[in-house]
Design a protein around this ligand. Structure first.
Ligand code: 13P
Length: 408
């Protein structure tokens, strides 16, 4: 698995003067097209899932496919929640497998933006997950005409940005310097001087939303001034739409597969063009050599119960699955019974954490403390526990490297 920490990815880009594309995906055609481009360009890539798109796909259903794509990749991948609207969405994103989170409270007053962002940062950092915040307001809606959403742009101020980063602890900052989400008529005017000042003041990776419609020269100037993550969606959606419209011309009868023919390939070609333009192509190998792969942890308990009926045991386990799986950083809770009646230990818990940081934050979380102290420890005095990493997660970096070497 070439899933890596997005912090490692974006600092590598920051220190080497290139930007990684964060491509919002809304279907498997997007996922496959983006990953094929990353493999061809040997580029790091961010698979981005925007909360504003959750009407178009089932987040919970698509995430296993996104993770599977990252797992089999030979290039470094991060999975990012884009425009997370609340603490609950950030927790859901992390628990479903995102290893980077954007909290978007940019439409709120500065003090509310800071308070909400700080809360998300505290939770996400306790799970080992980096956070992108946004200051200033980038108007528009991804995939739509910018004029349909004329909401006023609010430029990021340098002084506020310094304050915001210091008080919230965000790892990366999305800035508003003139870009707009969605389809534009003509090129937007960008305030490059403002960006330069923000970059000098902060010295952290910067993010641009509304990548569609910028010129090659604008991209180059953004990257020269600290932009390391470029969010890009509308252009991909438009290219996919154009291909589908073309397909209908040659189709006598409409069928889904006929309509989707070649859609993955046109998305892929545009993603590859971006990777070449933004300088992330051919960076996979050096990045993988410098960073650790993202390594989840499993928390296993084997135990015996005293004085519990079968029904009481089932009830306790069901309650544990319910409360523990809602704790930030917990990917899954599985309970089990030994197959053999005479096993030395009769029961198991397997709790999958997204990152080693969750070992501590889980132990101290009030929901865990309450469950463990009231319902579990009093009846399970006889128990053994271990936090471990699977061989797969430790070996992934090696595999990713081997894949790259084989291809070269
Ligand atoms: P565009 O749709 O304008 O490329 O913007 C994408 C974006 O910023 C997603 O967060």
């Amino acid at each position: 698995m070439a899933l890596i920490n997005i912090r490692d990815m974006l600092y590598h880009a920051y220190n080497n003067g290139y930007a990684v594309g964060a491509f919002d995906l809304v279907s498997l055609e997007f996922l496959e097209g983006i990953m094929a481009a990353a493999e061809r360009a040997r580029s790091p890539v961010i698979l981005s899932l925007a909360e504003s798109h959750f009407d178009y796909f089932d987040f919970e259903l698509i995430m296993p496919a996104v993770e599977a794509a990252a797992r089999r990749a030979h290039v470094p991948v991060a999975i990012h929640l884009d425009h997370g609207a609340s603490l609950d969405s950030a927790v859901q994103g992390i628990n479903l497998g995102c290893n980077g989170i954007m909290v978007d409270a940019s439409h709120h007053a500065l003090s509310d933006n800071m308070r909400m962002t700080r809360t998300v940062v505290n939770m996400a950092h306790a799970c080992g997950v980096p956070v992108e915040g946004e200051l200033g307001y980038v108007p528009g809606v991804e995939g739509e005409d910018a004029e349909r959403h004329p909401g006023g742009i609010a430029y990021t101020s340098v002084a506020e940005a310094r304050d915001y980063v210091e008080h919230t602890g965000v790892d990366f900052l999305a800035v508003s310097i003139g870009t707009v989400h969605g389809r534009m008529k003509g090129e937007p005017k960008l305030d490059h001087q403002r960006l330069e000042q923000i970059n000098e003041a902060l010295g952290i990776p910067l993010v641009i939303h509304g990548g569609t419609g910028l010129s090659n020269d604008q991209f180059r100037r953004l990257i020269a001034n600290g932009v390391t993550k470029i969010n890009y969606y509308t252009a991909l959606a438009d290219i996919a739409g154009a291909r589908m419209r073309d397909n209908t011309k040659s189709m006598e009868k409409g069928g889904h597969t006929g309509l989707m023919k070649g859609v993955r390939d046109v998305i892929s070609a545009e993603v590859e063009r971006c990777m070449r333009l933004w300088g992330s192509f051919d960076r996979a190998e050096e990045l993988l050599a410098q960073c650790k792969s993202w390594a989840p942890v499993e928390h296993m308990i084997i135990y015996n119960l005293a004085g519990m009926t079968r029904q009481e045991t089932e009830t306790m386990m069901a309650e544990g699955r319910r409360v523990l799986s809602a704790i930030p950083g917990v990917r899954e809770v599985v309970t089990g019974h030994a197959v053999k009646e005479d096993a030395k230990y009769r029961y198991t818990w397997l709790v999958r954490f997204c990152h080693p940081a969750v070992i501590d934050s889980y132990r101290e979380h009030p929901a865990h403390v309450a469950f463990a102290d009231k319902l579990f420890r009093p009846v399970a005095a006889e128990r053994i526990s271990i936090d471990y990493q699977t061989i797969e997660s430790v070996a992934t970096q090696e595999n990713a490297m081997t894949g790259l070497l084989k291809e070269s």
